[in-house]
Write a protein that binds this ligand. Structure first.
Ligand SMILES: [Zn+2]
Length: 201
């Protein structure tokens, strides 16, 4: 197994679900709220080396495609912050740390978590390149930085043999409308048959 997620006493503390795979919603006001949340989390969260929780990622081809020769160094320097407010995973736009919900790490689907790490590592590189990860000129499902991150995750999902239906499940989040899912799926060339079904939710 390529992935070894090490679980420690990270399940302490209640996690409350908040909207957004990247703790992100569209619109300038919501972005400001998100940034405030990040600052708050920086204070209360504990910061640990990425390698304390995620192992073997330096050997993953999909990760090496993101960082190339710098893979070992980037992963060695990468810090993880635990976000007690809940959510899934994200990259802190202030310091580039990977932010992870302990609840998600403990209870989430392992394949989803694995693909999310690939996705977020693309954001880590984008952060290093000075890109704006929360460019409010775009909605979440149209933002070039998101499309790029999802493309890497989808490519890896395909390599793992996941069907389009399963990848579609991965792409779908509870806060995404059917239209947005359709938009994202089409941007990353995934065929989502169930878009209509999701749209009714
Ligand atoms: Zn993202």
């Amino acid at each position: 197994m390529l992935l070894n997620i090490v679980r420690r006493n990270s399940a302490r503390g209640e996690a409350v679900a908040i909207n957004g795979r990247d703790l992100l919603m569209t619109g300038a006001l919501q972005v400001v709220k998100t940034l405030r949340l990040f600052q708050f989390q920086s204070i209360i969260g504990t910061t640990r080396p990425f390698g304390d929780y995620f192992r073997g990622f330096d050997k993953v081809e999909a990760v090496r495609r993101i960082f190339g020769d710098k893979t070992e160094q980037v992963l060695r320097d990468l810090k993880v912050e635990f976000i007690w407010a809940g959510g899934y995973m994200g990259v802190n736009s202030v310091n580039g740390h990977l932010m992870v919900s302990p609840k998600y790490l403990n209870k989430g689907d392992k394949t989803d978590i694995y693909l999310d790490v690939i996705h977020e590592l693309v954001h880590v590189r984008q952060f290093m390149e000075g890109k704006d990860l929360f460019d409010s000129h775009y909605s979440y499902t149209e933002r070039p930085t998101e499309i790029e991150a999802y493309r890497h995750a989808v490519e890896e999902a395909r390599r793992l043999g996941l069907s389009d239906a399963r990848i579609c499940e991965y792409l779908k989040t509870e806060w995404m409308s059917g239209r947005e899912l359709e938009q994202l799926a089409s941007a990353v060339n995934v065929h989502c048959k169930q878009v209509q079904k999701h749209a009714k939710k």
